[in-house]
Design a protein around this ligand. Structure first.
Ligand code: R1P
Length: 287
């Protein structure tokens, strides 16, 4: 391992696109060949494990890589087609690492689906529904507005929408329905944090967010999901110069109006049905 120069194979070589001597990216710790070009991104490592255990083809080879930065990646097959499942953590930054580094070590057209969990600000969407994002807007905290000298600045901004790939979205919805998942196609709102930017009131913090959810629903009354990654996925697909087909859906765990929260048992059951559906969509999508 140790070269005469003192540089190890595992040392990072390039400051712009950090990779080690084995060609592994800095954060995912994966190299070419470790990852399929059809990837299911989920936030929760337990969800990723449950889906790979229950939904990959049986009796075919599969791999598992765990990076020290919190990414766990399984690669196997769905109906004979290579697919990966990556547990990529939470938030815009983690989705950015996951997608950008995935593009570095894969080639050709890619298909990426996010299967997340979410809350819903919509009073008519019950827990256990899977919201398929027809578009996504970004709610961002405006840090300058919290400075003592700030005047007349809004504390939160809401971006314009970005959209999924229409054909991958349609296929994902069809597969979810075929797996008897209760699906609602609706716009998504992605927030840049879990608490303040999703209108949660946390004792001790002056978050200036008491009216945020009401304002969101006035401006975007059909919003069906409130979560933390989908906007970044759709945005990155728009800025990538090669074909990157994206879609996203999220299991409603929390009904923000009624306060209902989905049981773990129901969540696990939906994760497997939705996981199967998303892998089938990835596997059958024509790239
Ligand atoms: C917050 O609890 C996390 O859950 C949701 C949010 O987007 C955020 O990442 O998605 P995942 O369950 O996919 O992580």
């Amino acid at each position: 391992m140790q070269a005469t120069t003192g540089v190890k194979v595992t040392d990072i070589r390039d400051a712009n696109l950090p990779m080690d001597g084995e060609g592994k990216t800095y954060h995912l710790k994966l190299k070419e060949g470790d990852l399929a070009s059809r990837i299911l991104f989920v936030g929760d490592p337990e969800r990723a494990n449950r889906i790979q255990m229950n939904c990959f083809d049986r009796n075919t080879e599969k791999t598992e890589f765990i990076s020290p930065r919190g990414f766990t990646t399984y690669t196997g097959k769905k109906n004979g087609v290579p697919v990966s499942i990556m547990a990529m953590g939470m938030g815009l930054a983690m989705m950015n690492f996951a997608v950008v580094e995935s593009t570095i070590i894969t080639k050709g057209p890619r298909a990426f689906i996010r299967l997340g969990s979410c809350g819903t600000p919509h009073p008519d969407i019950p827990i256990g529904t899977v919201v398929a994002a027809t578009e996504s807007i970004l709610i961002q905290k405006n840090y300058d507005a919290f400075l003592p000298e700030a005047k007349d600045l809004k504390h939160y901004s809401i971006s314009k929408p970005v959209k999924p790939d229409a054909s991958l979205h349609k296929l994902m919805v069809e597969r979810l329905q075929a797996r008897s998942v209760v699906v609602k196609e609706a716009p998504d709102a992605t927030a840049d944090n879990f608490y303040a930017s999703q209108g949660r009131i946390v004792p001790g913090f002056e978050d200036k967010n008491q009216t945020l959810i009401d304002e969101l629903m006035q401006e975007h009354p059909e919003t069906g999901s409130l979560q933390m990654e989908t906007f970044e996925l759709f945005h990155l697909a728009n800025t990538f110069k090669e074909p990157m087909h994206t879609a996203a859906c999220a299991i409603v765990l929390a009904q923000r109006k009624s306060g209902d929260f989905l049981s773990d048992e129901k969540k696990h059951e939906i994760e497997i049905r939705a996981g199967n559906a998303c892998l089938e969509a990835l596997g059958t999508y024509t790239l």
